[in-house]
Design a protein around this ligand. Structure first.
Ligand SMILES: Cc1cc2nc3c(=O)[nH]c(=O)nc-3n(C[C@H](O)[C@H](O)[C@H](O)COP(=O)(O)OP(=O)(O)OC[C@H]3O[C@@H](n4cnc5c(N)ncnc54)[C@H](O)[C@@H]3O)c2cc1C
Length: 446
């Protein structure tokens, strides 16, 4: 185990997500026996499946959510709670690298914007108390060249996604954060933040209220086609259904090999500081935005809903490492941005898995007759919930227009069978490129 430095770690340091102080996954939630029949089985109990289940159950369709472990154990209660819903579609400056066609870009951005509307509507309709605020988001430019690329991205986001975005030059950056770390950046008003574990808990309760059956400790081990549908096997029993939806994202396993070959699991890590001096805390992010940046290996951060702590995330390693190691690396990155936090100790440090597609786009559709929604590249709180709901509508046979993410080619690479052995190499290479870009920018060459 990595050595713990008392100056860096609070004595009560925990490897649980800080969010779990308010709502914690537990095997007590959900039943343990699998019903014999239903219309739809949903594999995985995260935001994608729960949004799908809520939609199905509200339409009177019988559905069973099968979660391998405890409900809420996946990324959906571990994330930063930033709801960027659309703005981060097709990461990369200018966005949507690899999508050549302008009409297609327009359709993707226009449809992605619906994710925020969907999330806000569900929270309001179901009365979910999750500290949701339309806070807006500031994305810092890591180099002047990135700032120029953001100017183009800003135009496109406003034209197609109604993002209410504008540029903030470096000399005005302190309006948004007590730091000069970036070369200005993009401010997006149409974005929000929430408490992810409280949101998840509220959604789980809403799905159950609507009539969805929730089964915990039920890893799906086999999916077999048979007349009229599917046989779904778990250690808790077998279920026969007409349709199957898979929402396993960064935890996708061998039971769906076609998806496992396409969704690359990547670790993301977070820390929460101890409670800060109130004046210091209030000075850091004065307008309460969520913060991100344009680096390849980006950091994302925000204040806790009570405004007392900084929650800081990133991918200092792309795979699982000792929590003490990733926490120390994240602390260094945090202090690079906010030197005034050098003395702030770490109260919690945790990680979770998200999934990237080879084209860096979110995906929904059908593969081998199985419905799925996955791969939001670290921005799934709004997006995957919406794609889950869209998948449910499709399964219901609703006449809704097919959205731009539905059924797009979900690429795979010949060399990849589901074991992301290359991630440490890719991570190290990206970090090297980031350092090189930054050094050039500091010499006035970027
Ligand atoms: C540290 C971190 C920070 C993040 N920050 C943000 C953020 O600020 N904003 C944002 O928009 N997104 C963020 N994300 C991404 C976001 O959390 C995810 O995109 C989203 O929660 C994925 O939801 P999901 O329902 O697809 O999957 P998950 O919530 O991961 O759920 C998948 C579930 O499937 C279960 N499962 C797997 N296999 C089986 C099986 N065979 N049978 C039954 N169950 C199975 C797993 O146990 C798991 O519970 C972050 C992610 C991480 C890890």
């Amino acid at each position: 185990m990595a050595q713990r430095d008392d100056r860096l770690f609070h004595p009560s340091f925990s490897t649980d997500p800080w969010w779990w102080d308010a709502w914690r996954p537990s095997m007590e939630r959900g039943r343990r026996d699998v019903p014999a029949r239903a219309d739809v089985a949903l594999v995985g109990g995260g935001l994608a499946s729960l949004n799908a289940a809520l939609e199905l159950a509200r339409a009177g369709t019988s559905c069973v959510v099968l979660e391998a472990k405890a409900f809420g154990i996946g990324a959906s209660t571990r994330n930063g709670g930033a709801v960027s819903a659309g703005v981060n579609v097709g990461k990369g400056l200018g966005g949507l690298r690899g999508v050549e066609d302008e009409a297609e870009k327009r359709a993707l951005l226009t449809d992605a914007a619906q994710a925020l509307d969907h999330l806000e509507a569900v929270i309001a309709r179901e009365g979910i108390d999750c500290d949701y605020v339309r806070s807006g988001r500031f994305s810092g430019a890591f180099t002047p060249a990135h700032y120029r690329a953001q100017e183009k991205q800003c135009e496109r986001l406003n034209a197609f996604g109604g993002s209410e975005a504008r540029m903030l030059p470096r000399e005005r950056q302190r309006e948004e954060m007590a730091s000069d770390f970036y070369f200005g950046g993009m401010l997006v008003d149409r974005a929000g933040k929430l408490h992810p574990a409280k949101y998840y808990g509220g959604l789980l309760a809403a799905a159950e209220r609507a009539g969805a059956v929730l089964v915990s400790g039920a890893p799906v081990e086999a999916l077999a086609r048979e007349a009229g549908g599917w046989r779904v096997s778990t250690p808790c029993g077998e279920l026969r259904v007409e349709k199957v939806f898979v929402g396993t994202n960064g935890y996708t396993g061998k039971v769906t090999p076609g998806l496992r070959r396409r969704a690359i699991p990547v670790a993301s890590h977070m820390i929460a500081t101890e409670e800060l001096d109130p004046a210091l805390a209030a000075s850091l992010i004065p307008n309460g935005r969520t913060l991100g940046e344009t680096k390849r290996v980006l950091c994302y951060y925000r204040l806790s809903p009570d405004g007392k702590r900084v929650l800081f995330g990133g991918r200092p390693r792309f795979t699982e490492v000792a929590p003490e190691t990733s926490a120390r690396l994240l602390h260094e990155l945090m202090v690079e941005r906010f030197p005034q936090l050098a003395g702030a100790r770490i109260a919690n440090g945790w990680m979770g898995n998200l999934a990237f597609a080879f084209d860096q786009l979110p995906h929904m559709g059908e593969i081998d007759g199985i419905h799925y929604a996955m791969c939001c590249n670290g921005s799934g709180v709004g997006m995957l919930g919406w794609l889950g709901q869209q998948s449910a509508r499709k399964m219901l046979g609703g006449g809704n227009r097919q959205n731009a993410f539905d059924g797009r080619p979900f690429p795979r690479q010949a060399f990849y069978g589901g074991n992301p052995w290359f991630l440490p190499i890719v991570g190290a290479w990206y970090r090297h490129l980031d350092r090189k870009d930054r050094r050039a920018a500091e010499r006035g060459e970027g």
